[in-house]
Design a protein around this ligand. Structure first.
Ligand SMILES: Cc1cc2nc3c(=O)[nH]c(=O)nc-3n(C[C@H](O)[C@H](O)[C@H](O)COP(=O)(O)O)c2cc1C
Length: 200
């Protein structure tokens, strides 16, 4: 039996060290009262499949917090590597004083079910309606139902499969942006039987 390598551990300060996470461009506003805005959110995740739901965690001092709390709608736009600079920029400036769509060179386009625009350049646009709001402390958790999804047609192959892996997704880890690396296996590969190659 192979000898286990010895791994030493140290205690670390409890904190938000979970990595990697996605970084999405959340669009909101787009009503008579609220102009469209964008906010970069890394604290985003799927939380339920039936109904499909996701959550975003937003600090109350963000301009977008006010918009989402009032309108109860947003779109989680999943960016590709091409939008990395826009992702960073929308996460360091506030829409209170400027138009982030124009400033980032991104195109607002109509959503199917919500009032806020989608980001046309992002390969995946997830339209959401807030169902629950939880004040957690530093952040408010908006738990939302996915009411519509738009994908770039170029990512759908001839058989109708969504090839999201071709869109060049990005990840955020420990304060830095990364491109996804090489594919390591498909879901369940660890238990799948290997098919023996037939010898000719
Ligand atoms: C990579 C990245 C991830 C971020 N994630 C979050 C987040 O999950 N929640 C949050 O409240 N702010 C987050 N921010 C900060 C906001 O995006 C930033 O404060 C933004 O300027 C707020 O814009 P607004 O005032 O127009 O709403 C993040 C910023 C960056 C660059």
């Amino acid at each position: 039996m192979a000898k286990r390598e010895s791994i030493e551990k140290r205690s670390w300060k409890p904190g938000n060290v979970l990595s990697p996470v996605p970084a999405v461009l959340v669009s909101c506003g787009g009503t008579v009262e609220w102009k469209p805005n964008l906010i970069t959110i890394a604290w985003v995740g799927n939380v339920c499949s039936e109904p499909p739901m996701l959550s975003i965690s937003v600090r109350p001092e963000r301009y977008s917090h006010e918009i989402i709390r009032t309108t109860r709608e947003f779109v989680a736009n999943v960016p590709s590597l091409r939008q990395t600079k826009a992702v960073d920029w929308c996460g360091v400036v506030s829409g209170r004083s400027l138009d982030k769509f124009a400033g980032a060179g991104l195109t607002p386009a109509p959503a199917q079910k919500v009032n806020c625009p989608i980001v046309l350049e992002c390969p995946l646009n997830i339209e959401c309606r807030v169902r629950k709001t939880l004040e957690l402390g530093s952040h408010t958790l908006f738990v939302a139902e996915v009411v519509a999804v738009q994908v770039s047609s170029a990512l759908i192959d001839a058989k109708g499969r969504l090839c999201l892996e071709k869109s060049g997704l990005l990840a955020f880890a420990h304060g830095e942006y990364f491109a996804l690396g090489r594919r390591l296996g498909r879901f369940g590969f660890s238990v799948r039987k290997r098919t023996r190659r037939l010898s000719r």
